[in-house]
Design a protein around this ligand. Structure first.
Ligand code: BTN
Length: 245
């Protein structure tokens, strides 16, 4: 059961979710939605453009999982979001960039930011922040992003009902979440790999410790990216993938 909270504007829905958790007001299934965000946050400390026309929300979960499994959830949710967007039937189904970016026609349309929040005396909460570029035009994505980002509207020429996109995504997330809790990662990993557009291709991974180039051999059971660099097989758990031409 989802409990939806809609705000006209927040700094970041993830921050609001963490505030509710700190105040002890966060039931599992709480969803914080904001029509726009003034300080939207992306992965790896980046900011996230969050104008009107996008779907910006955070889900509060309390999975009783080890950290290694929580990490897999970010891949699971990427599959769930692509599956939900597929159901609108406009798009190429192979559209995940590791670890959890959703792409359409070679451009990013959605991203996920997982944050763990745990006070010492209470169980850990997981905040799943999801941003989907829905009805924005390229110009409102910001100049620097026009080449790498897109929206559902830009790719299909159709406006979407935000509520409908939200409900389909939430429903898909629920399905994949329970599937993962029940049966583990293996089947979902297969789907992940079939949607991952750089698997089997030459890529560069930019990590905080430098870059690795090579053939992307696999996404392993722990969600790591496996790259054959020629000299060695590298197993990496963070970074940004770039497809090499
Ligand atoms: C990324 O790809 O870098 C992750 C982007 C996540 C953006 C969403 S929008 C809703 C939630 N609130 C935030 O501040 N960030 C996430």
């Amino acid at each position: 059961d989802w409990k939806l909270h809609l705000f006209p504007e927040l700094d970041s829905t993830n921050e609001m979710a963490k505030k509710l958790i700190r105040e002890g007001q966060a039931a599992e299934g709480t969803v914080i939605i904001s029509r726009q965000q003034s300080r939207g946050k992306g992965r790896r400390g980046r900011s996230w453009q969050s104008p009107l026309g996008g779907l910006w929300f955070s889900i509060i979960l309390r999975p009783e999982l080890a950290l290694s499994e929580v990490v897999l959830l970010s891949l699971v949710f990427a599959v769930a979001i692509s599956q939900a967007l597929d159901s609108f039937q406009f798009f190429d189904p192979q559209m995940i960039k590791w670890p959890n970016d959703v792409y359409i026609n070679g451009k990013k349309v959605a991203g996920i930011l997982l944050e763990l929040s745990g006070e010492l005396e209470q169980a850990d909460y997981l905040v799943v922040g999801i941003g989907i570029n829905v009805n924005m035009d390229r110009a409102s994505l910001g100049r620097g992003l026009a080449k790498t980002a897109t929206s559902l509207w830009e790719e299909s020429g159709t406006y979407y009902q935000m509520g409908e996109v939200l409900l389909r995504v939430l429903q898909s997330i629920e399905e994949y979440y329970y599937e993962f809790l029940k049966n583990g990662f293996e089947d979902i990993r297969k789907e992940y790999k079939s949607r991952c557009f750089h698997l089997g291709k030459m890529i560069r991974l930019d990590t905080p410790r430098g870059s690795v180039e090579g053939l992307n051999l696999n996404i392993d059971e722990q969600g790591n990216l496996i790259i054959d660099s020629g000299d060695s097989i590298e197993c990496l758990n963070t970074g940004d993938v770039a497809l090499l031409a």
